[in-house]
Design a binder for this molecule. Structure first.
Ligand code: PTT
Ligand code: SF4
Length: 608
């Protein structure tokens, strides 16, 4: 099976058992890899309704057939599990040498289940797979664990680790690699912590079998050359994702004061120009030609900043100081906490304080209060005092103390850094994302603000699906960074060419799109099975964007319209072949080769 290694490494931490399983060729063809493989495994193997933090959950690290190969940025890995934050499907995409080494060690994916008796880490070096004692590392932050493990196993050993937040089961804990890479927003780090697994260390030096090596290498070189020749390449290399701050300010979509204002007076102090001025280092994921890891000074050292981090820990909580935003980002990275959820939790408690919920919260924090924000971040990681409740995420906090009207989440996952008061298609993208409110599946906002900002048209629903297909069916399956396409305009045509040279499969865009539809529909089926019910209410964006109009800037007064949004949702369901509740129909399931899902779904919901 060229392209794939054809092997899945499975480790049961309870039984201390290691098994290598053959990857079924028909599964590889239907789901490719990455997210596709993850949802297929979760659907087939997870006992329905399982507690995500129990030993029965599966922690999946899934590569795809292009991972580890030269070309436009194939040093990425999907990390997935049933999410402890949302109770549904959760994943993230992390750049790490662990991705490359896993493939070179001879595997397409690693599946971990059970729970170790004592804190442990997994060491993989080709056929050698060991479960080792991690008691000396438990409690340490992500950066020092990586240093210590590399001291023992060598610099060529890639490390993915959790910090105290993962150990303490913070529901939005992530896994961290290379100090500046974080993956698995919906609490994948907590799933790892629940297994008492501190780290996974991988070495690999083997070959990845290719259908046509010479053709692959030629195409890879040409694709990278095209990307580097892009007119936007040099600006990208200077600012990476951080210039999005200036763009979002201009477009009035910069989350500000917990998504109340689309513009921030001090945006220039946390934007791309400021990052460029103070940059100390530039790093990248492996095998990348367009490094976007910009490091800047912060209070206790340097840190990598990205757009989401700057907006969520800056404008969204009223901090207009790169040095301070960087420090909050640094604490999140070392503790292993997702910055987007953290910025939402802090924004929520600041708004709650302002609105008189102090008694219920037990404390008060003012907008922009850096010292208290820092303290709360540590408290969250260690679940100390108020941090214990804040570690649950905004949905659960609001259920406890009230204020759902300003709790910014979809299905429990906090919203990433785009205000949607005047962006209905982006709101739809958040609301229908397969993991909750994350932007990765359809960053439709750039197109939307350029075209028709306020409309609720069928074209918008179709555009969201078009992007979900490309992002979800292409980049999350063969697994590659999507930024060459999004940011420097690399032609999508390269990917089927590279895929064919690697696997021998004559893949058309339609093939990838259909895989994407299959994955989306299976993920939707998974959510329904795990929830035991479904309603279109679950596909609604946060209520704030409907009820509390934008209160600043040129778009002041803008808000989403319920009737219009429901129209958009109807178009969306119709194009996807899902019914008016957002449930896939039998016909859709069958046409995507998912008929085996029907009996299980029928146990919890009527299918049309
Ligand atoms: C991603 C999410 C993002 S998306 C950002 S900034 W972005 C935040 N980064 C965090 C961080 O840093 N530290 C931290 N403690 N928490 C963080 N949470 C947030 O996590 C990321 C890049 C970026 S930077 C983006 S857009 C692209 N995302 C891709 C994707 O999703 N798929 C894909 N095929 N390619 C992508 N390329 C880009 O990758 P999650 P990373 Mg990430 C410090 O993990 O869970 O998907 O959430 O993995 O290696 O850091 O790369 O402006
Ligand atoms: Fe990683 Fe950025 Fe390169 Fe993508 S562009 S592979 S996120 S360094």
């Amino acid at each position: 099976m060229a392209g794939w290694q054809g092997r899945v490494l499975r480790i049961d931490l309870t039984k201390k058992k290691v098994v290598v399983q053959e990857l079924d060729a028909s599964v590889a063809k239907a789901f490719i890899g990455g997210r596709g493989l993850a949802i297929k495994l979760l659907w087939d193997e997870l006992p329905p309704g399982v507690d995500p933090l129990s030993p029965y959950n599966k922690l999946i690290f899934a590569a795809g057939p292009l991972v580890g190969l030269p070309g436009p940025n194939f040093g990425k890995l999907v990390v997935a599990a049933k999410s402890p934050l949302t109770g549904g499907y959760g994943d993230g995409n992390i750049g790490s040498w662990a991705a490359v080494n896993l493939r070179k060690a001879g595997y397409d994916a690693l599946v971990i289940e059970g729970r170790a008796e004592k804190p442990s880490y997994i060491y993989i070096e080709g056929e050698k797979v060991e479960i080792l004692d991690a008691r000396d590392y438990w409690g340490l932050n992500t950066w020092s664990v990586e240093d210590k493990l590399q001291k023992i196993h060598g610099k060529d050993a890639a490390v993915i680790t959790i910090g105290p937040a993962g150990e303490n089961l913070v529901r939005y804990a992530t896994v961290i690699s290379h100090k500046g890479r974080s993956g698995g927003r919906p609490g994948i780090g907590a799933v790892m912590g629940s297994k008492r697994l501190k780290a996974v260390v991988i070495k690999g030096k083997g070959e990845i079998p290719l259908a046509d090596k010479a053709l692959y290498q030629k195409a890879a070189i040409e694709a990278v050359k095209e990307g580097m020749a892009s007119p936007s390449y040099s600006f990208w290399m200077r600012q990476g994702t951080t210039s999005t701050v200036e763009w979002a300010q201009e477009a009035s979509v910069l989350p500000t004061y917990n998504y109340s204002e689309g513009q921030f007076d001090e945006f220039s102090k946390i934007g791309g120009n400021m990052v460029e001025k103070f940059e100390t280092d530039l790093k990248s994921c492996p095998l990348c030609f367009m490094a976007c890891g910009h490091w800047v000074p912060a209070e206790s050292g340097t840190v990598e900043v990205d757009y989401e981090n700057l907006a969520m820990l800056g404008s969204n909580i009223g901090i207009g100081d790169l040095y301070k935003v960087g420090e909050l980002n640094r604490i999140a990275d070392t503790m292993g906490i997702d910055t987007i959820s953290l910025g939402n939790v802090l924004g929520y408690v600041m708004e709650a304080s302002e609105k008189g919920y102090g008694d219920k919260l037990g404390f008060i924090i003012e907008w922009g209060d850096y010292e208290v924000a820092k303290q709360l971040t540590y408290d969250i990681a260690y679940r100390r005092g108020f941090g214990d409740l804040l570690a649950e995420g905004v949905k659960k906090i609001a259920e406890r103390i009230g204020g759902e009207e300003f709790a910014m989440h979809v299905k429990g996952l906090e919203v990433s850094a785009y205000d949607c008061h005047a962006a209905p298609a982006m709101a739809l993208s958040y609301a229908t994302s397969p993991i909750g409110a994350h932007h990765k599946d359809a960053w439709v906002i750039a197109w939307e603000v350029k075209t028709d900002r306020f409309g609720y048209t069928r074209e918008k629903a179709a555009k969201v699906i078009e992007l979900q297909r490309i992002r979800g069916g292409w980049f999350e399956t063969f697994v590659g960074c999507r930024l060459p396409w999004v940011e420097v305009g690399l032609s999508l045509d390269w990917y089927p060419k590279l895929f064919k040279a690697a696997t021998g499969i004559d893949a058309t865009p339609e093939y990838f799109n259909k895989v994407g539809d299959r994955i989306y529909t299976l993920i939707r089926a998974f959510w329904i099975r795990e929830y035991g019910w479904w309603s279109r209410e679950l596909d609604m964006p946060p209520v704030k964007w409907f009820k509390q109009p934008l209160n600043k800037g040129p778009l002041k007064g803008s808000r989403l319209d319920y009737e219009g949004y429901n129209k958009l949702l109807d178009y969306y369901y119709e194009i996807r072949g899902w019914d008016k509740r957002g449930v896939p129909t039998k016909e859709t399931l069958t046409s995507l080769g998912l008929e085996y899902v029907i009996p299980q779904l029928e146990r919890v919901i009527d299918l049309q």
